[in-house]
Write a protein that binds this ligand. Structure first.
Ligand code: GLU
Length: 366
């Protein structure tokens, strides 16, 4: 994988602060990196062994905080970078959390609900001693959502009693807050609007491409289209759709919500079906990578046509990719800021759990 932009940013900041080499090393390394084996008996009786991870980067400013990712391609290196992103993100938006990240190397689309539940609970059996409402608080990330958080809560309660604040991103009945699911994408939309007004880009005439139509991508698309933007391209892991006249993203999201297993290619969308690679290079004013890491890199950055790139995903642009974009005078809103809406609302949820007192929805929204 190409180097991430964070390594450079961190070096710059450390130099500016006059950090010693040892201090820089300390800030750059995780406090704890854990790998566990999780054997799962599949529904057909076969045994499959998965790897589970939890990387705790820093708790200097509060309990470790960060999502759980279920994805077949994850490894330790992956989580080490993502955990440190959480430390800088929570610190940037000034919420009293540190940074962590974890997950399992599985493809949730290939597992039954029963298998997923067992796997998630086994994960808690293995790393539960590292978690806690004042120790380390997981949340949804790629491949996980309210259901996985509920399983974690239940598995954790077995040994520690009922502590709703041990995870965020729960459903409302379990102590979650309305709007948490949409928060990351909504934040992405707000920052895009702010960037447009600073850069004199007319959002109502802007053509927007969103790579990744999961939780973040969908909410960003729906909120930006409410703000008047024209969403011309979207994609998921199987492919992309482009229509210069604009896509009806709300209806597409509704159609997809019928089943987790459906993808864009299964729908009859009014537009041209293209590849993910082609989408990143297609005509647009704003590009929002809201999927995997390193999607914009040395190979394709020169072909990006957008004037503004908003990092909906974590680490979606590599260091070499960023150099090329900046050379082309493309404005970039970094992930630490652009997608911080999610963990910010996680903080509101966690605060309510600690107070044992739910806030009114308007308060969260405000
Ligand atoms: N997974 C999200 C992120 O990368 C949210 C983390 C959280 O709410 O703890 O920011």
């Amino acid at each position: 994988m190409e180097k991430s932009t964070h390594e450079r940013a961190l070096k710059l900041v450390m130099n500016k602060l006059g950090c010693s080499e040892e201090m820089s090393k300390l800030l750059d390394s995780s406090q704890r990196e854990v790998i566990v084996e999780i054997p799962l008996k599949r529904d057909n009786g076969d045994i499959k062994v998965f790897k589970g991870y939890r990387v705790q980067h820093s708790d200097a400013l509060g309990p470790f905080k960060g999502g759980l990712r279920f994805h077949p391609d994850v490894d330790l290196e992956h989580f080490v970078s993502l955990a440190s992103v959480m430390t800088w993100k929570t610190s940037l938006v000034n919420i009293p959390f540190g940074g962590a990240k974890g997950g399992i190397d599985c493809d949730p689309n290939e597992l039954s609900t029963h298998e997923l539940e067992t796997l998630t609970k086994r994960y808690v059996e293995k790393v539960g001693m590292l978690l806690g409402p004042n120790i380390d608080i997981p949340a949804p990330d790629m491949g996980t959502g309210e259901q996985e958080m509920a399983w974690i809560l239940q598995a954790y309660a077995k040994n520690h009693g009922h502590h709703p604040g041990v995870v965020t991103g729960k459903n409302k009945q379990l102590g979650g807050v309305s709007g948490r699911r949409e928060a990351t994408g909504k934040g992405v939309a707000y920052f895009t609007r702010l960037a447009c007004s600073r850069e004199n880009i007319d959002l109502e005439r802007a053509r927007v491409i969103i790579q990744g139509f999961g939780n973040v991508g969908q909410s960003a698309a729906i909120n930006l289209s409410k703000m008047g933007a024209n969403i011309v391209g979207i994609s998921d892991r199987k492919g992309a759709v482009y229509n210069e006249k604009g896509l009806d993203v709300k209806t597409i999201a509704e159609d997809l919500s019928v089943s987790k297993k459906i993808s864009l290619e299964d729908l009859d969308i009014d537009g041209e079906y293209i590849t993910n690679k082609e989408l990143l290079e297609a005509p647009c004013d704003i590009l929002i990578p809201a999927a995997i890491e390193g999607g914009i890199n040395s190979k394709n950055a020169a072909k990006v046509q957008a004037k503004l790139v908003v990092e909906g995903a974590n680490l979606p642009v590599t260091k070499d990719g960023e150099d090329i974009l900046l050379d082309k005078k493309v404005k970039l809103i970094p992930d630490l800021l652009a997608n911080a809406g999610g963990v910010t609302v996680s903080f509101f949820e966690w605060s309510q759990n600690a107070q044992r007192y739910p806030w009114k929805d308007e308060k969260v929204e405000r």
